[in-house]
Design a protein around this ligand. Structure first.
Ligand code: PLP
Length: 434
C-alpha cells in the first residue's frame, strides 16, 4: 500500500484568512476537478458526502450500458457469449491494474463481496486443517463477522475477535502479535474500517500473519478506489472488495476477489461451479478444477455489471490512484479542520485518525443526537451522510465526484443545523436503511 502522504501536497496552500481550508482555492488547484462534471447530478444543491456507501452515476456508464443493451445483447443474442465468456478475468485485470496493484491473472470480477469472502475464508481454513483458530476484530464489517461465525461453527474452529478498546477501532501490529500463534489458520481484517475510517497497515499485518504460518484475507471494500493499494508488493494472499463505493460502478455491481498467483493451485473454494471446470464446455461427469484463477469462478458473470465496472474504472485509470488518494487526504483533512473549528464546539467528536496516512476516504463523527441529525441533514439541508449505530455519522470525500466546495458547504450546513437546534424538528427515519 502506497501511503497518500507520499503524494506531495502543501496543506497550507488552500487556507483562508481564518486559517480554515479555502474551498475555492482547493477546487481551483484540484487536478481532478473536471471529473465532477463526468457524473449525473440532478440537484446541484445537494452535498453528496456518502460516496463511501454508494458512488454517483458516471455519465459514461449511461452510454456504455445503452450500447451494450442495443449493440451486444440486443443484436448478438447468445452469440455474445463467445466474447463475454472470459469477462470476469478481463474486467478483473482492469480492476487489479487500476486499483489493487495486482499483476494480471489474479483478480476476478464476480459475485458479491459476501460470497467472495465466504469462498476465500472457507478455502483458507481448509488449507490449514491442523489449526483451530481464526482471527478477526469486533470492529470488522458485520457480513465478515457473521460469515466467520458460521464457518467456525461448522468446522469447529475458535473465532477470536480482537477488541480495540482505544476507541479508534483498528488492529495494531502489537494487538495482532498478542493474539496470534502457530495454531492460527486465518487472519482477516478490513483495510479501512467501515465505522471509524481507520486504515490498517496492510503490509506489516500481512507480514506478521505470515510469520506465524497463517493466511490473511483483506476486505478492501472501503479502500478500493480511494487508497493506493499494492496487493502484490505487500505480499497479500487473498483479498475481496466491492465496486459500488469509491469505484462508482452502481448499486449491487459485481464485486472482485484477488488470489495471489502462488496460492491459485493449492486453494479450493467450496462452491464447485461449472466455470471452474477445467474443460467447461465438455460438460462431462465429475468436477476437475481449473488450475488457474478460473478455479475460483462459480458462474456466469453479469455482463451489464461488467460494462458498469469498465465505464467507471476507465476514470480511475485516467486519473490514477496516486492523485485520487492525494485528493482524499486533502478532503478528509479539510473535514477534520472544519470539525475542529465548527462542529467540536457543538458536541461532535472525531473518531477517525487525524493522521491522513492512517485513514481512507471518509471521516466519522460521533454525536449523542447523531441519528436525528443525520435525518435532518438529508431532509432539511440536502447534505447526504450515512448513520451507523449507535451514534456515528460518516462523511466522505469521493475524489472523482466530490468537490472541496461540496465538503465545505456540507459542513457549514451541519454547523447551522445543529447550532440552531432545528434538527430536533426532523421526524423519524423514513427508511430502515441508515
Ligand atoms: C467492508 C464491507 N465488506 C462487505 C460488505 C458487503 O458487501 P455485499 O453486500 O456487496 O456483499 C460491505 C458493504 O457495504 C462492506 O462495507
Amino acid at each position: 500500500m502506497r501511503q497518500s502522504g507520499e503524494e506531495q501536497h502543501d496543506e497550507d496552500a488552500g487556507v483562508d484568512t481564518h486559517g480554515l481550508p479555502d474551498a475555492a482555492a482547493l477546487d481551483a488547484g484540484d487536478p481532478l476537478a473536471r471529473y465532477k462534471n463526468e457524473f449525473v447530478i440532478t440537484d446541484s444543491d445537494v452535498c453528496y458526502l456518502d460516496g463511501n456507501s454508494l458512488g454517483r452515476l458516471p455519465k459514461r456508464t449511461v452510454d456504455i450500458v445503452h450500447r451494450y443493451l442495443t449493440e451486444e445483447w440486443g443484436s448478438e443474442l447468445v452469440a455474445g457469449w463467445s466474447h463475454w465468456i472470459d469477462e470476469a478475468q478481463r474486467v478483473g485485470d482492469l480492476i487489479g491494474g487500476a486499483a489493487l496493484g495486482a499483476a494480471s491473472g489474479q483478480v476476478l470480477a464476480v459475485d458479491t463481496t459476501s460470497v467472495n469472502f465466504y469462498q476465500l475464508c472457507d478455502a483458507a481454513i481448509q488449507a490449514r486443517p491442523g489449526c483451530t483458530k481464526v482471527i478477526s476484530d469486533t470492529a470488522n464489517f458485520p457480513t465478515d463477522r457473521y460469515i466467520l461465525e458460521g464457518l467456525c461453527e461448522r468446522y469447529g474452529k475458535q473465532l477470536v475477535l480482537i477488541d480495540d478498546e482505544s476507541g479508534e477501532g483498528y488492529v495494531t501490529p502489537e494487538m495482532l502479535v498478542a493474539h496470534l500463534d502457530d495454531d492460527t489458520a486465518l487472519v482477516t481484517l478490513s483495510v479501512v474500517q467501515y465505522r471509524s475510517g481507520a486504515l490498517h497497515d496492510v503490509r506489516e499485518l500481512t507480514r506478521i500473519a505470515h510469520a506465524s504460518g497463517a493466511l490473511i484475507i483483506w476486505d478492501a471494500s472501503h479502500a478500493v478506489g480511494v487508497v493506493d493499494l499494492q496487493l502484490d508488493h505487500d505480499e497479500v494472499d487473498l483479498a475481496v472488495g466491492c465496486t459500488y463505493k469509491y469505484c462508482n460502478a452502481g448499486p449491487g455491481s459485481p464485486a472482485w476477489l484477488y488470489v495471489n498467483k502462488h496460492l491459485q493451485q493449492s486453494l479450493r473454494v467450496p462452491i464447485q461451479g461449472w466455470f471452474a471446470q477445467r474443460d467447461q464446455f465438455a460438460m462431462g461427469q465429475g468436477f476437475v478444477r481449473a488450475d488457474d484463477l478460473r478455479g475460483f469462478q462459480i458462474a456466469s458473470p453479469s455482463i451489464v455489471g461488467m460494462r458498469c465496472i469498465e465505464a467507471s474504472f476507465s476514470m480511475i485509470v485516467e486519473a490514477g490512484l496516486p492523485a485520487i488518494a492525494a485528493k482524499a487526504a486533502l478532503g478528509t483533512d479539510m473535514m477534520v479542520r472544519l470539525h475542529d473549528a465548527w462542529l467540536a464546539p457543538l458536541g461532535f467528536e472525531l473518531i477517525t485518525p487525524r493522521d491522513a496516512t492512517r485513514r481512507g476516504g471518509h471521516v466519522t463523527l460521533r454525536h449523542s443526537d447523531a441519528r436525528q441529525i443525520s435525518v435532518a441533514m438529508r431532509e432539511m439541508v440536502k447534505v447526504i451522510p450515512d448513520f451507523r449505530e449507535p451514534s456515528s455519522i460518516r462523511l466522505a470525500m469521493s475524489p472523482l465526484a466530490t468537490s472541496f466546495r461540496e465538503v465545505s458547504d456540507g459542513f457549514a450546513r451541519i454547523r447551522d443545523l445543529v447550532a440552531s437546534g432545528r434538527y430536533r424538528e426532523a421526524g423519524p427515519p423514513a427508511s430502515r436503511v441508515t
